[in-house]
Design a protein around this ligand. Structure first.
Ligand code: URP
Ligand code: ZN
Ligand code: ZN
Length: 471
């Protein structure tokens, strides 16, 4: 499928810093002209003209934390690059950064090739990876150096998931030293794994096995301790670090305290921690609880770090508004309720962790953030696109400028709709946001100049996505 020239007229362009009216013309994969008014007659005859009157024009959104191919907790995440990529694009996200999560005995290079092979030729959106470091020895080090040379300039470490993906302190220290030497960013899941293991065992032993006990097994102190731990290691190694999915004020404050004393750290929040709270793990929130009365519905909302007390939500929004939090990702980790979440019927420790949300991030962030006055339009774009491009060196991404990739979202703020697992495009059999209203949605989405979605429908082809070059 060829890319046709595209003229977007009468747009209100929003970037991380600007808000202005202009027309945008893309001759191919990049933006070629941005002018107050571009006459269609000055463009090639086959140009498609999109009238964006009354709509916003945003840069394509970037989700810097997703899981698509994920062998985890005895099963595999549900999506493929085909399903997750389509869902992402329909929801306005044009670039995904996936976590490569090798098993402890896997070789990093083999894992890299496996994850890359699943995306290349299949992904409709652009993509790159954070290279998971789940072991650190001489072989792993040699291969990590090679992987960085191939353009994967960020690592991922887990301080949680004891015995599975987690690294010990020696491995953490060496990974951070290597990252400092190579100038790569280390993303980290910060929770104290020993505290989680001990507390989980205590709860299960006393018959507290339901999904509602997942949060008490890893309360805010467990996460704050994990962040503190990473900050100490980052300070002593000089590594640039990025804390994924901070869920609570206590964890954010540990990070900001370290940043104040010079630690080079960035903070991510994920959509579920901005709009959902711990009560959802008690039978799936008010609506589901009333409908089914089954307390195990709460399994749909199990992720780590867990959903927190609802008093945390305004505090997290405040950190986002003040831009102490840099990015809003999803941590999209899709597992079916009927066949996968149910593996934890007898013990919350066996419920595969994760909430599917790659399709809903932009619409819910706009609805609950911008429409509710919690964040302004520039912060919205910065947190959901620009900052991720800057931190992870995604060339051509994250803004609207001449020469930037023509990843564009024409967004209709007048649209009104409802989220449902019956109509969403992710592969899971449920939505964590069933019945939730949305104000606004993307009406046209382009990936490097090609129109890939229109009004909630995927109109692109497979395999258009490519590995994003990184600085
Ligand atoms: O619950 C989560 N977050 N699942 C995916 C794996 C991870 O920790 O990021
Ligand atoms: Zn994690
Ligand atoms: Zn994750």
């Amino acid at each position: 499928m060829n890319t046709m020239p595209l003229l977007i007229k009468n747009a209100r362009i929003i970037t991380a810093t600007d808000d202005y009216a202009a027309d945008v013309f893309c001759a191919g994969e990049q933006i070629s002209r941005i002018e107050k008014s571009i006459d269609a007659k000055s463009c090639p005859p086959d140009t498609e003209v999109i009238d964006a009157t009354g709509k916003y024009l945003f840069p394509g959104f970037i989700d810097p934390h997703v899981h698509i191919y994920l062998p985890f907790m005895g099963t595999y995440a549900k999506d493929t690059w085909e399903t997750a990529g389509r869902a992402a694009i329909i929801g306005g996200t044009t670039t995904l950064v996936e976590m490569i999560c090798p098993g402890k005995t896997d070789e990093p290079m083999t894992a890299f090739e496996t994850w890359l092979g699943k995306a290349e030729g299949t992904a409709p959106c652009d993509f790159t990876f954070h290279m998971g470091v789940t072991r650190f020895d001489d072989l792993a080090e040699r291969q990590l150096r090679e992987i960085v040379k191939r353009g994967i300039t960020s690592f991922k470490v887990f301080l949680a998931y004891k015995g599975a993906l987690g690294v010990d302190d020696r491995e953490l220290y060496r990974t951070l030293k290597l990252a400092t030497e190579l100038g790569v960013v280390v993303t980290a899941h910060c929770e104290n794994e020993t505290l989680i293991a001990e507390r989980s065992a205590e709860l299960i032993a006393t018959g507290k096995t339901g999904p509602e006990f997942h949060e008490p097994s890893r309360p805010v102190q467990v996460e704050a301790e994990g962040v503190h731990h990473l900050m100490t290691f980052a300070e002593l190694t000089g590594a640039e670090v990025y804390i994924v999915h901070t869920s609570c004020d206590e964890a954010v404050r540990e990070a900001t305290r370290a940043i104040e004393r010079g630690v080079n750290a960035h903070i991510e929040v994920v959509l579920p921690h901005l709009v959902l709270d711990q009560s959802y793990t008690l039978g799936g929130g008010p609506a589901l609880r009333a409908e089914s009365g089954d307390p195990f519905e709460g399994a749909k909302y199990i992720m780590s770090p867990p959903l927190r007390d609802k008093s945390q939500l305004p505090r997290m929004w405040n950190h986002l508004r003040s831009r102490a939090i840099s990015t809003v990702a999803t941590d999209h980790a899709p597992f079916d309720f009927e066949t996968q979440k149910c593996m934890g019927k007898d013990a919350f420790t066996k419920i595969p962790n994760g909430i599917p949300s790659v399709e809903d991030r932009i619409n819910l962030l706009y609805t609950h953030g911008v429409c509710e006055g919690r964040i302004d339009l520039n912060t919205f774009v910065d947190a959901a696109s620009t900052k991720a491009a800057r931190i992870f060196g995604l060339k051509g991404k994250g803004t609207i400028a001449i020469g930037a990739d023509a990843d564009l979202v024409v967004f209709d703020p007048a649209f009104r709709g409802t989220i449902s697992g019956k109509t969403h495009h992710m592969a899971t059999d449920y939505s964590a946001f069933e019945g939730w209203p949305i104000n606004g949605r993307p009406s046209v989405v382009t990936v490097r100049g090609r129109v890939m979605a229109r009004d909630g429908k995927f109109v692109g082809g497979s395999g258009h996505g490519r590995l994003v070059p990184r600085g």
